[in-house]
Design a binder for this molecule. Structure first.
Ligand SMILES: Cc1cc2nc3c(=O)[nH]c(=O)nc-3n(C[C@H](O)[C@H](O)[C@H](O)COP(=O)(O)OP(=O)(O)OC[C@H]3O[C@@H](n4cnc5c(N)ncnc54)[C@H](O)[C@@H]3O)c2cc1C
Length: 407
């Protein structure tokens, strides 16, 4: 039997970041941590760019504090955003300069982020990472949690963290209730080459079938696309020849960057809203996609998950600083209240966007066009929207807060 204080199930961005936060926390570094991942260890390779995420300033501050950001090579910044509707005059544009910022966000390779986190984690002997593991059984208790692996290994830990993604086994094994609905969209993801340079601008066009995002990569003519559309349309886009796909993509973007050519495999992901109505019970707690998944149209899912783990690590450190038990029902409930409030706001905002843009009537189009045009001309409102998207507002964990400007 192997014993630790914290057992983290899931070695994605959230699980690895939590392990590193605990290993480096002023007080929590005394804790013994085990991280359990079903896949292989993320070993260094060149960024594949197959899955990338737009990260905001809050995530950058957190990952910088952990010494991870500095090692990410494929994280080009974008200074502008251009969002428009394909068949109306609705358009809104943001630029870093008018927000008194130098960047609006960064495109980070998911795989490279996990590799960097793991490389850092290896420096901490109090963290044990187990890869290629399959869980057979989870027994949660008031004092200890017991996890049995398929090879018979038994792991015992005081706190069990479910960082095991959307289909979380931890959440399911504890029968923590889940609210969900289908966005009726599949997201098609690929790397594409653009005829015109992207100019460090993140673009998103709202089509009648759903949003299509073009995220600028390091090379001036390379973008990552996230094309959210009906499941039938996504299946068609996957099945057609490359040349036909290029034509469909170029047409869908209204040739905003000229002729587009796909450069990688096309992959699709079904999109669902998931929200666990309970994030903790006994000494089990959920973080990130295990607790919530949202539509990728605003590129906020990973940002939200990283803030979850920063909040949890901060509360554990606070307890230890006060010489209180480092894990308690009260503290886990405090974490749940804090992070649920943030997740609920984003879920509601995504729903508003998704539903708002799927209404096809001419009146709805007119309302959207007028709304976006007016917002575009109101610097104060734009500033508010951007502050939220940049991760500069809201109830942020300490490590992710903007540094106050001195008078
Ligand atoms: C198309 C698309 C585009 C997106 N774009 C953005 C974006 O631009 N910006 C953004 O902020 N977010 C974005 N997101 C959301 C983001 O990808 C997720 O929120 C984030 O990756 C979730 O991280 P996680 O660590 O919680 O889960 P995951 O990345 O799913 O990691 C979970 C880990 O747990 C492991 N695991 C699962 N079950 C077990 C088990 N039983 N035992 C052991 N290990 C297990 C898995 O192997 C995996 O490694 C996007 C999502 C999609 C689908």
């Amino acid at each position: 039997m192997q014993t630790s204080d914290v057992l983290i199930v899931g070695g994605g961005s959230a699980g690895l970041t939590l392990a590193l936060l605990l290993a480096t926390g002023e007080h929590s570094q005394k804790l013994k941590i085990t991280l359990l991942e079903q896949g292989p260890a993320p070993e260094p390779t060149a960024p594949q760019l197959q899955r990338v995420s737009a990260l905001n300033q809050a995530s950058k501050r957190l990952l910088t504090a952990l010494g991870v950001w500095q090692g990410l090579t494929a994280n080009p910044a974008y200074q502008q955003m251009d969002v428009w509707e394909a068949d109306s005059f609705a358009r809104i544009q943001f630029d870093a300069h008018s927000q008194n910022e130098t960047e609006l966000g960064w495109i980070v390779d998911n795989q490279q982020l996990c590799q960097q986190l793991y490389q850092r984690l290896k420096q901490y002997p109090q963290v044990q990472c187990l890869f290629g593991c399959s869980i057979q059984q989870i027994n949660a208790g008031d004092e200890q949690n017991l996890v049995t692996l398929s090879d018979g290994t038994v792991l015992l830990a005081k706190l069990l963290v479910g960082a095991d993604g959307a289909e979380s086994k931890v959440r399911q094994s504890q029968q923590m209730p889940l609210a969900f609905w289908d966005y009726d969209h599949h997201a098609l993801v690929a790397v594409i080459k653009t005829q015109q340079p992207h100019g460090q601008c993140a673009r998103q066009v709202f089509l009648p079938t759903g949003p299509l995002a073009l995220l600028p990569l390091s090379e001036p003519h390379l973008c990552s696309i996230v094309w959210s559309t009906s499941p039938e349309h996504a299946a068609q886009l996957l099945a057609i020849e490359e040349q036909q796909f290029n034509q469909a993509l170029t047409a869908a973007t209204q040739s905003a960057l000229g002729v587009l050519q796909v450069q990688s495999a096309r992959q699709k992901y079904p999109l669902k809203m998931r929200y666990a109505t309970q994030w903790q019970q006994q000494q089990v707690v959920l973080v990130a996609d295990a607790a919530h998944t949202i539509h990728p149209l605003a590129g906020q899912g990973m940002n939200l998950g990283l803030m979850d783990v920063a909040a949890l690590a901060e509360l554990i450190n606070q307890q230890m600083a006060k010489n209180l038990p480092w894990v308690s029902q009260r503290m886990l409930r405090q974490y749940e209240r804090w992070r649920k409030a943030e997740a609920q706001q984003l879920i509601a905002a995504m729903e508003l966007f998704k539903r708002g843009f799927s209404l096809p009537s001419p009146l709805a189009k007119l309302v959207r066009a007028v709304g976006m045009k007016s917002t575009n001309q109101l610097p104060f409102l734009k500033q508010k929207i951007m502050a939220a998207a940049l991760g500069n507002s809201g109830d942020l964990p300490l490590l992710a807060r903007p540094v106050p400007v001195k008078d």
